[in-house]
Design a protein around this ligand. Structure first.
Ligand code: NAD
Ligand code: MN
Length: 499
């Protein structure tokens, strides 16, 4: 394997202003907010804080870029693909810096940023660069002398409201299909992690995207996010984050201009382990499904269901595995567990753990904040003795907490796995193809992983059933969410006849 370049310690922060119309500007009222390094609790930077007036300025820039006759509207679709590929090249050029910056601001492991988040984001951009001139309409057979065809046109002014957990991937997953289809975009990154979006904006400018096509306005949800989701001239919002906020976004659409809304809202995903498998491999797979990025992923396989025949051994080995995970600084490539994003999130996770214990769950390892260490560190935790109706079994924890449940048979585990308001992903580990079919058909989840987990490619659609969201991202499926179908019907004598 290639040797990876080490993380830059305290990477230089180059951009802290709002990015509007390809320019760096202060917020209109001059306000700023601080962003922190979660492993040291030290301030990284003060960033311009966008509010309603700044969101409106970004919308006006986007609107001008989208006017008929503007450079962006006259650009060949294939050239949008060229710009996206250039953007991908620039991210590749600056991969070490971008991974370091995100590690610094988010606390995500540098190693995983460099080996997964950055290359996966590049592959998403290249994938949608390819789509830029390929998402075409149809000709429709029509009775009479009429010629009918459809065109896939951009929706218009789009807003992306991002979470903090995987900011680079979130940015590219929304930006790439959005501009590939010819839309213009305002990104509101999370207040916890504004820095990478600002840097990516500088690269989009360098790649040659015209002014106004991409705007990045950091700020808080209640102000900047609220303004974007209520704006009368924004045609679509793509949101990833909590269900509480997702509902507000949906409501904002109803209260304003019925803008299109797509939502990706997390999960409480089951990972089902049968007894016919290699236990060590299954333990490792299930542990990884849970503890990647400290459990701070909407995909986390947080409910591990294990067949009763192997349950005791599986729990024992899972505890050993959790205890063996190396806790440390996120920039150190040997670290497996870094800090949580914030004090708020740390308190939330500890609160949920407390409620679990109060309801009778057993802490097999971990279960508390790391002592004597700066930063928001919680020890990797394994819970057993759980009932399906405990609060910890129902709510997304978004922290390093694996929950192991015992089951007897296929029908029982299907019912229990589906007994959740979420439906994002699910995993099943078995060599029995009949069980695989029964389970993958019956699970109410947007993605089912069989004998693997966290395997993603830009081409596979991603999103949730039930309260995990509305719509799909990635793959061909997302393109319909960034386009309007226009039907054109022309009266042309002779056009209907079968010659
Ligand atoms: P959140 O929903 O509060 O924030 C997500 C984004 O929405 C942020 O950019 C935020 O500023 C914005 N926002 C907040 N309130 C808003 C409002 N009223 N109007 C418009 N935008 C608003 O989520 P969070 O605080 O980042 O995390 C809280 C929980 O959300 C986590 O504990 C986790 O359960 C879940 N989460 C899920 C995902 C996911 O990938 N599905 C990612 C991050 C967090
Ligand atoms: Mn930060």
């Amino acid at each position: 394997m290639d040797k990876i370049p080490p993380a830059l310690i305290k990477p230089e922060i180059r951009y802290t202003k709002l990015f509007i119309n390809n320019e760096w500007v202060d917020s209109k009222d001059g306000s700023t907010f601080a962003t922190y390094n979660p492993s040291t609790e030290e301030k990284n930077a003060d960033v311009a804080e966008g509010k309603e007036a700044d969101i409106d300025a970004a919308v006006q820039a986007a609107k001008a870029a989208f006017l008929p006759g503007a450079a962006w509207r006259k650009m060949d679709a294939s050239y949008r693909g060229v710009l996206l590929n250039r953007f991908a090249d620039l991210i590749k050029r600056d991969a070490q810096y971008i991974a370091s910056l995100e590690c610094f601001d988010n606390g995500k492991l540098y190693d995983s940023l460099l080996k997964f988040d950055v290359p996966y984001s590049i592959s998403i951009i290249r994938y949608f660069a390819g789509w830029a001139d390929k998402y075409h309409g149809k000709t429709i057979p029509f009775d009479g002398d009429y010629f009918c065809y459809t065109k896939h046109e951009p929706v218009g002014i789009c807003g992306a409201i991002l979470p903090w957990n995987v900011p680079i991937i979130m940015f590219t997953m929304k930006f790439a299909p959005c501009v590939a289809m010819g839309n213009v975009l305002i990104v509101k990154p999370s207040e916890n992690t504004p820095l990478s979006a600002l840097y990516l904006a500088s690269l989009a400018k360098e790649a040659g995207f015209p002014p106004g096509v991409l705007n990045v306005v950091p700020g808080f949800g209640k102000t900047a996010g609220h303004a974007l989701s209520h704006h009368m001239e924004v045609d679509k919002i793509s949101f990833t984050g909590s269900g509480v906020t997702g509902r507000l976004i949906q409501k904002a659409s109803a209260d304003s201009n019925l803008k299109r809304v797509s939502l990706e809202l997390g999960g409480k995903s089951p990972n089902i382990v049968f007894s016919d498998v290699d236990i060590d491999e299954a333990v490792s797979l299930a542990s990884n499904a849970m503890f990647v990025h400290n459990g701070q992923t909407c995909l986390a396989g947080s409910r591990t269901f294990v067949h009763e025949d192997i349950y005791e051994e599986f729990v024992k080995k899972s505890v050993q595995k959790a205890k063996s995970l190396k806790i440390g600084e996120p920039e150190d490539v040997s670290t497996e567990i870094g800090p949580l994003i914030s004090k708020i999130q740390e308190d939330r996770v500890l609160g949920l753990l407390k409620s679990g214990v109060e309801e009778g769950a057993k802490v097999m390892c971990g279960g508390k904040k790391m002592e004597g260490k700066k930063g928001f560190y919680i020890e990797p935790t394994v819970l057993t003795g759980l009932c399906d109706d405990m609060k910890v079994s129902k709510e997304e924890i978004f922290g390093p907490v694996q929950q192991i449940y015992k089951f007897k048979d296929v029908n029982e585990v299907i019912e229990r796995a589906n007994n959740t308001r979420y439906g994002l992903v699910a995993g099943v580990i078995t060599n029995d193809v009949n069980k695989v079919m029964a389970i993958s058909n019956a699970l109410r989840a947007g993605t089912v992983w069989v004998n693997c987990y966290f395997v993603l490619s830009p081409g596979n659609p991603f999103g949730g059933f039930k309260e995990s969201g509305i719509g799909r991202e990635n793959g061909e499926y997302v393109l319909s969410q960034y386009t309007e179908v226009k039907t054109v019907i022309m009266k042309i004598p002779g056009s209907g006849a079968q010659v």
